[in-house]
Every structure is written in structure tokens, then in C-alpha cells.
Design a protein around this ligand. Structure first.
Ligand SMILES: [Zn+2]
Length: 475
């Protein structure tokens, strides 16, 4: 190892000297492309060394080593974190390097005898600087998934074929016609070929579908885009079925309705659904999350229910500009979302001085207690908006007069709204007011021009009450 770091330092200086070329704008097309190819060849050598280092860091940080893990000794939770910290690359890049390094490093048996790498063909092509790290990663990712089921000889053959295709050596594939220069394939072309191989290797596997599915199941958050976080994944069929039932339960037209008055039935028909099916499912997911967090049946975080912590500057909130930030999400959340979360989950004001010292802590959360929630449920039944079918247990409690305007956290000031109607209450045009502690709603003008206030509840007990008080002629 002696001197490698110094030598690399010299190579780097020479490279910088060579690369300090004149402005590429002055080159001919051929020159430009030739330099591009040559630079890539240098990069592949460097990439191979990066992957090898990452593989060794990973080996020294393997889980069995416990407190002796290199990553642990350097205060990092994972190999990727250690690599990120020393190389300053992204987490995704660190994970790619360490996965490829693990697949291409030589292994050692229990008695210290050297064994070949998991992907020896990829390893040698990578180390020689012929195969790029992204192409190598493609082969490893696609083929590794089949390792448990594939015939080892066939798997080795597939690896050789793919490496040959990537290098354009062609002989393994046996399809390079004599005299023709073999065509090397790009990493993307290689992926397509590797996927075909993976299907071939896996299809005859003795492994039942179920085990394969267990291994492939997953749920992922993507990178934030346009103010949204994409989710992707593969659900096991029974999990998908369970989720589907929850969607159905909340999105299917309400059956029964024996307690509904004619007026409410008319409301239901008038109040057409404006959301797409996708949007409605999203809102059901929002309610599932809120319900689960509230249920007390999930692990707590620092002794508190696993609810979202959102921070916002008081001045922004007051003036209605700027954004809020939610813990653990990379993009900001809107003030509207922050107000909804505060309305339903409470808030606490923290005052700082100019230097960042905490100067004051306001009175803590103003949340409705479970007792109050039960009482409000009994009074309102479910989401207060006529025609909305979301039941009470899935609703949030809305402060009719906002907490910030002095509205008390009292049953006389709290009503049930589903996630969607709560989120849009400021803009949807629905009015809500409390008359002697009972809620009344007024439809927006577009829905019911000139419509007045009416009391609203879907609580069976209160509806039964109301039916009994009606004149006999109507009953
Ligand atoms: Zn609703």
C-alpha cells in the first residue's frame, strides 16, 4: 500500500495537466469524440478502483463484526453513510458502488483460502478498465436476483455472454460474423439483454412463485418532483387485496341510508364527486395514515404518537406567505397543509433570539382528547359535509374558529371533517358555523345558489332523535 496515495496524487496532477486542454469549442468533431472516448477509458479505470475500495469498506463493515465494523468505528450507521462521508457522493451512488464492490471482490473461505468473486467475469472486465461500472452494475443487478433459483452453470454462462456483449468480444455469443468489427453494447442495451437472461434463468426454478414474490415485494418513495413524492412498489396479492378492500369500503356508494332524510338524499345526489378515482384513493391513504397514527397501536417515537412534525415561521403563517417544512421530507409543504395539521394536531410556539437560542416555549399542543373526540363523533356521525361518506373514525377534528384566532379546543368548536374536506375547507366554499354547540353547514354558491344554513349530522342516534320529533304526517 505504501506510496499508492502519493502515486495517485502524482497521477492526478499529471491528469490535471493533461486535461487542462484548450477550449473544446475549438476542436473538430472527430477530435471532440476521440477525446470523449479517451476520457471515458480513464474514467473506467478510476471507477473500477472506486468500486474495489467500496467493496473492501463494505467487507470490513459487515454486520457480523458488530462493534468492530469499520462503519461503526467511524461513527456511521451504514457502509453507504461512511462512503458518503469520505467521498462526498450521494447515498444512491455510495450504495451502487458498495453493491457492485461486494459482487466483484474476491472472497475468502473459513480457512482463509481465496475463492473467486460472485461475478468473476464482471470482476475481471471491470478491473481491466474495459467494462464500465454502470454496465457492470446492470449485469449484477439483473442476474443476482436469479441466483437462488438458477442453475449455477447457466448463470455463469449468462454472465460470460453479457460481458462479451458489453466488450464486443462476440466470440462467446458466436454471432460476430468473420471480418466484422464486433459492436459493443451500451449499458442500456445490456440491461435489456440481461433482463431476457434473468427471465430465462428464473423460469424453470423449482422455487414457488410465492417465495419469489416474497423476495421481490417492496414499497418505495421516489424523488420529489413537482411538489409530489412518487411511490412505487410491488405488493403481495393479499396485501393489495386488503388495501383494495379499504379503498372499496370508503369509495363505494353508501348502501342503506335508512336514517337519511329526503333533504340529505337530495344533497347526496347534488353534491357530485369532483375528485378523480386516483385522487380519492390518495385521500383514503391520507386518512389511513392519520387513523393509524392516532390509534395508539403503533410504536411511538420518543414517547409520542408517530405524527408528523411540521415547522413554520410564525411571521409566514400570520402573513400567509412562504412554506412550512415537515420532518423527513425533502420538499417544503404548503401553508395550507401546515394549517390543517395544526388545526387537527395542535401546535407549540417556540421563540428564538437572533443567535438561535430558545427564548420561550408556548403552551403545548392543543389537541382534542379522545373523550372529546368520542363526544363529537356521537354528535356529528362522520364528515360534516353532506354527501361525504367518510365515517367518524377516519375523520379529523376541525377547529371551526381557528386556534390562532382564539377558538377553544372545546366540543362546541370542534367538528368532524374528512381529510379532503378539511384540506380544502378554506377554498371549497363550504361554510361551517356552530349554533348553541351544534354544527350547521352552508353549501358553496356553485353547488346551491342562495342555499342557506342547515344542520348537519350523520349520527344515527341524533337522526333517530330528529325522526321522532317530526310531525306524524311526515313520519
Ligand atoms: Zn368529507
Amino acid at each position: 500500500m505504501n506510496g499508492i496515495v502519493e502515486t495517485l496524487g502524482q497521477v492526478r496532477s499529471s491528469l490535471l495537466g493533461v486535461m487542462g486542454f484548450d477550449d473544446p469549442a475549438g476542436w473538430s468533431d472527430d477530435e471532440l469524440l476521440a477525446v470523449t472516448v479517451a476520457v471515458e477509458a480513464v474514467g473506467r479505470v478510476v471507477d473500477a478502483a472506486r468500486v474495489a475500495c467500496a467493496g473492501e469498506v463494505g467487507e470490513r463493515s459487515r454486520v457480523e463484526l458488530g462493534g468492530e465494523r469499520l462503519s461503526t468505528r467511524r461513527g456511521c450507521r451504514t457502509v453507504a453513510e461512511l462512503l458518503e462521508r469520505v467521498t462526498l457522493v450521494s447515498g444512491a451512488e455510495a450504495r451502487r458502488r458498495s453493491a457492485l464492490g461486494a459482487a466483484t471482490r474476491s472472497r475468502y473461505g473459513l480457512t482463509g483460502e481465496a475463492m473467486e468473486a460472485r461475478f468473476p467475469g464482471v470482476a475481471s472486465a471491470l478491473a481491466s478498465g474495459e467494462l464500465g461500472a454502470d454496465a457492470a452494475g446492470v449485469v449484477v443487478r439483473e442476474l443476482d436476483g436469479t441466483r437462488r433459483v438458477a442453475d449455477p452453470v447457466a448463470l455463469r454462462g449468462a454472465e460470460q455472454e453479457l460481458v462479451a456483449a458489453a466488450l464486443g468480444s462476440g466470440d462467446a455469443a458466436g454471432d460476430a460474423s468473420a471480418g466484422d468489427a464486433p459492436v459493443r453494447c451500451t449499458a442500456d442495451e445490456l440491461r435489456v439483454q440481461a433482463q431476457v437472461w434473468a427471465v430465462y434463468l428464473d423460469q424453470d426454478g423449482p422455487e414457488p412463485d410465492d417465495e419469489r414474490a416474497m423476495r421481490r415485494r417492496g414499497f418505495r418513495f421516489g424523488r420529489a418532483r413537482d411538489g409530489l413524492i412518487p411511490v412505487t412498489g410491488e405488493l403481495l396479492p393479499e396485501v393489495a387485496a386488503g388495501l383494495g378492500r379499504l379503498f372499496d369500503a370508503h369509495l363505494a356508494p353508501r348502501s342503506g341510508g335508512g336514517f337519511m332524510t329526503a333533504e340529505e338524499r337530495a344533497d347526496l345526489e347534488r353534491n357530485g364527486e369532483t375528485r378523480t378515482a386516483d385522487q380519492q384513493r390518495h385521500d383514503v391513504v391520507a386518512a389511513i395514515i392519520a387513523t393509524a397514527a392516532r390509534s395508539g397501536e403503533h410504536p411511538t417515537i420518543g414517547g409520542a404518537a408517530p405524527t408528523v412534525l411540521v415547522s413554520v415561521r410564525a411571521v409566514d403563517l400570520k402573513e400567509g406567505r412562504g412554506v412550512a417544512h415537515a420532518d423527513g421530507v425533502e420538499i417544503p409543504v404548503s401553508l395550507r397543509a401546515a394549517r390543517q395539521l395544526m388545526c387537527t394536531g395542535g401546535m407549540q410556539q417556540v421563540t428564538f433570539d437572533g443567535g438561535g437560542r430558545i427564548m420561550g416555549l408556548g403552551s403545548p399542543e392543543r389537541c382534542f382528547t379522545p373523550h372529546q373526540r368520542r363526544a363529537i363523533t356521537l354528535r356529528d356521525g362522520g364528515c360534516l359535509i353532506p354527501g361525504c361518506r367518510v365515517p367518524a373514525s377516519w375523520c379529523e377534528i376541525h377547529h371551526v374558529i381557528p386556534d390562532a384566532d382564539g377558538g377553544p379546543t372545546h366540543t362546541d368548536n370542534g367538528v368532524l371533517l374528512c381529510w379532503f374536506h378539511h384540506r380544502t375547507i378554506e377554498t371549497s366554499g363550504w361554510g361551517i358555523r356552530m349554533i348553541r354547540g351544534a354544527p350547521q353547514v352552508r353549501p358553496p354558491a356553485w353547488l346551491d345558489p342562495g342555499g342557506g344554513w342547515r344542520s348537519a349530522t350523520t349520527s344515527p342516534t341524533r337522526l333517530a332523535d330528529r325522526v321522532e320529533r317530526r310531525p306524524a304526517a311526515v313520519a
